[in-house]
Design a protein around this ligand. Structure first.
Ligand code: 8YV
Length: 313
């Protein structure tokens, strides 16, 4: 049987390629110098798009593939896929939920500790010889026992809370409706920020969460409050965040996602009250292997005529 042709939207780890190439003919759009010409040539052959959470599939690419049957995302987020096109044409979409929650939560909690205890500056203090020259590093604020707000209590938010309870933190959360959990439900993001020393943004990105963290939420978080974002940049009004960080009206921000990433706003690099991570929430070998396998399994299921394992509905 001829292998189905697949449009690959972005790079994968080397270990993912042999199994993908055994089943499919991959066309790497991201390597093409002239993308329009490449799409015009291979688009009609393409039956699946293999992409990443951060890359997705824009309307123009979907339109260039008239025989497209499915889009397989190596990632949990599907906000970068153009759903109006997908729905109009009955194209199936799969993602990789459930396998990356622990890693994303680890990073979020690690960022809380690193920024809360100012560990990056402390490392520089030891490295630079300031410790011997200037004495002890300035004392910081205690992290354990503080108040945490979870904006979005999905799989990843729940894993964050599981870890934070080990730090004796007081947990409030925002979700569409109250859950059967022993933490405080808060319906309003401003009120959630008011109740938080550390505000974790773990919500899925869609039209209703765009700029859910706006200037009012940042004001409520206050000059000692810290924002931690491991979701998507669109969930935060980044211009308002930069203003707040520069003015010191919030205490700090630890961010794994940025508007226009990987080219991040240079204003971030000038700030001392931020911890910047290059979108590495799911970036461990174990998790990336599991994501690659789940993406492939979804593609194989589709072309074998079986239901998708993890379909985005
Ligand atoms: C990666 C992600 O950026 O899961 C997501 O939605 O954003 C990340 O895990 C990427 O998708 C890895 O391929």
């Amino acid at each position: 049987m001829d292998k189905p042709h697949v449009l690959q939207m972005g790079p994968y780890e080397d270990w993912d390629l042999p199994a993908l190439e055994a089943r499919f003919v991959l066309h790497r759009l991201y390597e093409a110098a002239d993308k329009a010409a490449f799409l015009a040539e291979v688009g009609p052959k393409v039956r699946a798009i293999a992409t990443r959470g951060d890359v997705g599939a824009p309307a123009a690419v979907i339109a260039a593939c008239p025989n497209l049957e499915m889009i397989a995302i190596n990632g949990v987020g599907y906000d970068a896929v153009d759903f109006p096109s997908v729905r109009a044409r009955g194209i199936k979409v799969s993602n990789t939920p459930g396998v990356l929650d622990g890693d994303c939560a680890d990073l979020a909690v690690g960022m809380m500790l690193a920024l809360g205890r100012n560990m990056v500056a402390a490392d520089a203090w030891a490295r630079s010889g300031n410790w011997a020259k200037k004495g002890d590093f300035p004392v910081q604020r205690r992290v354990w026992g503080a108040r945490a707000g979870i904006l979005g209590l999905g799989r990843i938010g729940t894993e964050v809370v599981r870890r934070l309870t080990g730090f004796g933190m007081k947990i409030s959360y925002l979700a569409r409706s109250p859950r059967d959990v022993p933490w405080d439900f808060v319906a309003d993001p401003v009120e959630l920020a008011r109740r938080s020393d550390y505000l974790f943004v773990t919500a899925l990105a869609n039209a209703s969460t765009k700029h859910i963290v706006n200037a009012d939420v940042l004001r409520a978080l206050g000059p000692k409050g810290v924002l931690i974002n491991i979701s998507r940049a669109q969930n935060i009004d980044e211009a308002a965040l930069l203003d707040a960080l520069e003015a010191g009206t919030i205490g700090g921000a630890a961010l794994d996602v940025f508007v226009g990433e990987p080219a991040i706003n240079p204003r971030f690099a000038a700030l001392g009250n931020v911890l910047l991570q290059p979108h590495i929430g799911s970036a461990t070998e174990q998790t990336r292997r599991a994501m690659g396998k789940l993406m492939l399994d979804n593609m194989v299921a589709h072309f074998d005529g079986a239901p998708l394992l993890t379909e985005v509905i």
